[in-house]
Design a protein around this ligand. Structure first.
Ligand code: 13P
Ligand code: SF4
Length: 336
């Protein structure tokens, strides 16, 4: 690969979102990535929704809470984030002195996009006395307008940590928000956002599957709509769902979340059967199109050339970090 090729690829990076360079198809990418990890003292953090090959090469695989805890505590020089943009931003905010790389900058999130900060600022003005709790699936800018972040693992604890006489705005996920209202009995003011993947599940097809598999447990992520959650035997974050499948006696599970998690479920319990909950259409809509933008080739290129890198203005870091720190403190106290 010539220096000129690299210079051209770097120039188009912002438009494309990734380094568009040819990768020798005979390369053993796994071996090369392992080599780069050692040479550069890099750590690969991967979310459960990444493709299986990426999960298998990661140093740490986890849910949004685990990934942010790991990003805050690692002593690696480079964090390579195999996940989406808001996750890499969170890692940068927690470890601003480290280089944070994301294989494809266009790996966004429909939920984060459903809450544009300028509109949220106006919304928030209507409730000046309310505490703002934001799901971590939001932009770094939104975190600057937030008092406490939460993830699906700690959301109930975060809401319950707020005095009962305090009003709460919850953003951006209306489905997780409705679930929290039911779970905590608090009256949350909800922002009307949602995740495109978790809103695609078909009630009718799930019902049919449950009839065909009467012994299967139906498990769902709280980003799903309430008519889906009402059917669930267990509701939890990706880590919560994974642990449930390990601990529960059932040997069949219908899983309503992004299908990438099934890779870890099958690895942990090879004798059990996992059926991805079907979407409305015949598409693969239970795969997150943003998460799946990352590939082994892009991961290799980004580690080799240390691009694309997440860069954040100091103001965003200064004003956004307290909301994440509060979340981590409350989680630690709760033993999460
Ligand atoms: P958790 O990682 O908290 O389970 O959330 C899932 C998700 O949608 C991440 O984008
Ligand atoms: Fe965002 Fe949904 Fe994809 Fe998670 S699964 S990254 S919430 S679009």
């Amino acid at each position: 690969m010539s220096m000129q090729d690299i210079a051209v690829a770097e120039k188009t990076l912002n438009k494309k979102g990734f380094l568009d360079l040819e990768v020798d198809p005979t390369l053993d990418l796994e071996k090369e990535i392992q080599k780069l990890k050692k040479e550069k003292n890099a750590i690969i953090l991967a979310h459960y929704y990444q493709e299986s090959e990426i999960q298998d090469i990661a140093d740490y695989i986890g849910d949004s809470l685990g990934l942010s805890q790991k990003a805050a505590s690692t002593d690696a020089d480079i964090i390579v984030f195999a996940g989406v943009h808001f996750m890499a931003e969170t890692a940068k905010m927690l470890s601003p002195q480290k280089k944070v790389l994301l294989p494809d900058l266009k790996a966004g999130c429909s939920l984060a996009d459903s809450c544009p900060p300028p509109l949220f600022r106006k919304f928030k003005e209507k409730y000046p006395d309310h505490v703002v709790v934001s799901y971590i699936n939001c932009t770094a800018e939104l975190k600057t307008l937030t008092d406490i972040c939460c993830t699906s693992t700690n959301a109930v604890h975060i809401i319950e940590s707020i005095p009962k006489d305090k009003g709460i705005i919850f953003a951006p996920d209306r489905n997780l928000g409705k679930y929290l209202i039911k779970k905590t009995g608090r009256d949350l003011v909800l922002w009307d956002g949602a995740c495109m993947v978790h809103e695609i599940f078909s009630h009718e097809k799930i019902t049919k599957l449950m009839v065909r598999h009467p012994n299967a447990k139906f498990i769902a992520h709280p980003e799903c709509e309430d008519h889906i959650l009402e059917k669930a035997d267990f509701i939890g974050s990706t880590t919560g769902l994974l642990n449930f499948t390990k601990d529960d006696d059932a040997t069949e599970f219908i899983v309503a979340t992004e299908s990438g998690i099934i890779h870890q479920m099958e690895k942990a319990s090879p004798h059990k059967t996992f059926i991805p909950a079907p979407p409305e259409n015949t598409c693969a809509c239970n795969e997150c199109p943003h998460m799946r933008l990352n590939t082994m080739e892009k991961l290799y290129l980004c580690m080799k050339h240390e691009l694309p890198e997440i860069i954040l203005p100091q103001r965003i870091i200064d004003e956004g970090v307290p909301s994440i720190d509060r979340m981590l403190e409350i989680s630690a106290k709760a033993g999460l």
